[in-house]
Design a protein around this ligand. Structure first.
Ligand code: SF4
Length: 379
């Protein structure tokens, strides 16, 4: 196991500074840089100096390094560019409507760092213009759909926007009466908590809109306990004090979180902070993600093992696959079968549907599995 500490005290001197050229990373050898430069021409690199300071450079398998530093194996041919078929539910530029009650707004193609396993890495690739969304158009669309009770502001990372830009979005969405929850998807508390600590106008703004009738939820993304530093805990505390509900969601990724002890520590620590783990995602077969994938059966048993070491509060997360047809919970595996259930469904016929597939220990996505009843074939 590569975990070093649950609470490293990083230097504040590194706050707010971003690196997007791997030549600036002194700890990498010239050979490593030359191998990596081939990767970054395809999949961009970006990190805060703060986040890079969490890496133990003496450990080639350091989990923070795996999250953020490019690896030559990303160039292995594997996966799709849009594996969850987000293009099919895009109703206007940067606006997705897949589940009746939820709308997604992709408001930026920038993050506090680029996770190497990002399932939306297409946003960061040359020629992409998916996020040039029109706020007026989004507001009109949501206003016309009274079934939408929650809006997820995502990207990219919305907290990378200036507070005034983010407020324009939050304020406009807040005025739509039937929207009762605004969610903000973010890895800023892990990548650059000083964005929160150093800008008191951000929590002040969110406090204005996070009311008892309509809470703002921060969908955080911590992958590993080494990200839970003093600064990231402070960032979360500030958000909680502003009345923002914080939860966590993250994928199970090879070399980062494919260890029951690591997952249990992450979920337990988060539960102490009042940030329950909400989903554990199967790492999606997105292009460039070959080094990070964990097959369904293996992931299921790793997560089950982790749950044994958690309190009831810490192990509430659902283990799900974000398939093009919906969010599918993997509820059980035995010697012969994998048992699954639609937690959210794209099509009404799949709502809450339970189904069973033949067990295949190599399968890493639903499409590779064979349902026991061929009538249950998805898609
Ligand atoms: S923070 Fe989220 S959107 Fe940004 S690179 Fe990581 S997974 Fe992708």
């Amino acid at each position: 196991m590569t975990m070093k500490t649950a609470c490293k005290d990083e230097g504040r001197v590194t706050r707010g500074k971003y690196v997007s050229n791997i030549d600036a990373i002194q700890q990498l050898s010239p050979t490593e840089k030359s191998e990596i430069s081939n990767v970054t021409t395809r999949f961009q690199f970006r990190a805060s100096k703060y986040y890079l300071s969490l890496i133990d450079w003496d450990d080639p398998d350091d989990p923070i390094r795996r999250i953020i530093v490019p690896h030559p194996n990303e160039l292995q041919r594997w996966g799709d560019i849009d594996v969850s078929d987000e293009s099919s539910v895009t109703v206007a530029r940067g606006l997705q409507h897949k589940y009746a009650s939820t709308v997604l707004l992709l408001v930026t193609e920038m993050c506090g760092g680029f996770c190497r396993f990002c399932f939306r890495k297409r946003l960061f690739m040359r020629g992409n213009n998916e996020t040039r969304f029109d706020l007026d158009e989004a507001v009109k669309y949501i206003s016309r759909h009274p079934e939408v009770n929650n809006v997820l502001i995502t990207g990219g990372d919305p907290l990378i926007l200036s507070t005034s830009k983010l407020e324009a979005i939050v304020s406009a969405i807040s005025k739509i009466e039937h929207v009762r929850i605004i969610r903000i998807g973010t890895k800023i508390p892990a990548f650059d908590p000083f964005r929160i600590i150093d800008d008191p106008t951000l929590p002040q703004m969110l406090a204005k809109y996070s009311t008892p009738e309509r809470r703002i939820h921060l969908m955080c993304h911590f992958d590993h306990p080494n990200e839970l530093t003093d600064a990231s805990r402070e960032g979360i505390r500030i958000m909680q004090q502003a009345g923002v509900i914080c939860v966590n969601q993250s994928p199970i990724s090879r070399g980062i979180s494919d260890d029951p002890e690591v997952m249990a520590q992450l979920w337990n620590e988060l539960s102490y902070m009042g940030v329950p783990q909400y989903y554990v995602f199967l790492n999606r077969p997105t292009i460039g993600n070959k080094p990070f994938h964990v097959p369904i059966v293996e992931a299921y048993f790793l997560i089950e093992e982790a749950r044994k070491h958690c309190s009831g509060l810490a192990k509430r997360a659902k283990f799900v696959m974000s398939h093009s047809t919906g969010k599918i919970e993997i509820v059980g595996v035995d010697g012969n079968y994998i048992y699954m259930k639609y937690h959210r469904a794209k099509y009404a016929r799949d709502e809450q549907r339970f189904f069973v597939c033949h067990r295949d220990d190599d399968a890493y996505w639903l499409d590779q599995l064979e349902p026991i009843d061929s009538m249950q074939k998805t898609g």
